[in-house]
Design a protein around this ligand. Structure first.
Ligand code: MRU
Length: 358
């Protein structure tokens, strides 16, 4: 049964810069299948929360904020397509299913908690349909606004006097967020202000978010990008004039530790060794003040096939033992600045984090 619709839609296209990862259509959610990029731009249409949960698990959509936004739309879909029976039980089940999709990015749980709060205040299915869709769109729009604000804060923290080069890891752009991007948003802003010389983009083994997604987003907008194997990062920091390593985050704890894509921690060590600035850019929805330190963050491990194979082509002896954690934790003492839409925390620690998020 389909339910009453209300006039809410994704953020107005005029406010979205660059590509988009998702489109909301009242009764369905379209996701750009990021597994197929850059070879193919294929959109998947979903009409239920189970499909959204599966798409998050399978990485059709990925990136901490985009996961949270998609999950919120998933709850809205659960209401829209609830059967005639116990609609409350159906929505609760949808929230549970979405929460079980991926463990590390706290934006998922943050968005689901927001949706749950709205759901608890609804007295009819019609009300739930309307209010849950509006809340999901609000989460989407707020993320885009946060990204634009973070770019302002980041440039103020960097104080670039002339065009500079940066190195980034994974994909933190429009594809990973509600639009514009976190770390990639800062890079976009540097480019807009004619303050960007070049971006070095780690290819980001094993899922290749850097080569398949970041290089694709940047190339589309004519932003100068050089792609490198992850192992080349030390040489780049040693030989090229890179002033900042700029990355996103999946969860930031109360002491300023940061979980992000595997390989981020090694970059932070390299940056400190080479006296290059290390900046983390993430919305406050990525901050988890309930966890004391990075040791408490659940780190997702994915299938060994992601390392042993690429799209079915063997890259290693079949069955070889594999360790595949897809995130790592960078200790706060290796981070120069955390940028959020609420402001920045220099040399993050419990006191600095508490001051902004306490
Ligand atoms: O496994 P992924 O692709 O979801 O991991 C993404 C990252 O680690 C990003 O750096 C992070 O989510 C920030 S995205 C703005």
């Amino acid at each position: 049964m389909s339910s009453p619709s209300s006039p809410v839609s994704s953020p107005a296209p005029s406010r979205v810069v660059g590509t988009v990862a998702m489109r909301w259509h009242e009764h369905s959610l379209e996701l750009l299948d990021q597994r197929l990029l850059p070879a193919e731009e294929h959109w998947i249409t979903l009409e239920g929360a189970s499909g959204v949960a599966q798409s998050i698990r399978d990485m059709v959509v990925r990136g901490a904020p985009a996961i949270g936004i998609s999950a919120a739309y998933g709850v809205a879909l659960a209401a829209r397509h609830a059967g005639g029976g116990d609609w409350k039980a159906e929505i609760k089940q949808a929230i549970r299913e979405l929460a079980a999709s991926r463990p590390t990015a706290v934006n998922l749980f943050w968005a689901l908690q927001r949706m749950e709060r709205v759901f608890h205040g609804c007295h009819s299915l019609a009300e739930a349909c309307k209010r849950l869709a509006a809340e999901a769109v609000a989460i989407h729009e707020e993320d885009l606004a946060a990204n634009l604000a973070m770019a302002d804060h980041a440039l103020a923290a960097m104080q670039p006097e002339r065009p500079l080069s940066v190195l980034t890891h994974c994909n933190t752009g429009a594809l990973a967020t509600g639009g514009y991007g976190t770390a990639l948003g800062v890079i976009r802003r540097l480019h807009e202000e004619k303050l960007l010389n070049r971006v070095y983009a780690d290819e980001t083994r094993p899922w290749l978010q850097g080569s398949r997604l970041t290089a694709w987003e940047l190339a589309q907008e004519g932003i100068p990008v050089t792609l490198n194997a992850d192992g080349a990062a030390a040489s780049i920091l040693a030989l090229k004039e890179v002033l900042w390593v700029v990355v996103g985050a999946d969860r930031i704890t109360a002491n300023g530790d940061v979980a992000n894509k595997i390989g981020t921690y090694s970059l932070a060590v390299l940056a400190r060794h080479h006296r290059v600035g290390f900046m983390v850019v993430a919305p406050s929805s990525t901050v988890d003040m309930t966890l004391a330190s990075g040791k408490d963050i659940p780190i997702e491990e994915r299938e060994g096939t992601e390392i042993r194979e690429f799209r079915g082509i063997p890259l290693a002896p079949g069955g070889v033992d594999v360790f595949n954690p897809v995130f790592d934790v960078t200790p706060a003492n290796l981070i120069d600045v955390i940028v959020t839409e609420k402001g920045v925390v220099h040399n993050p620690d419990i006191a600095g984090m508490g001051k902004l998020f306490g």
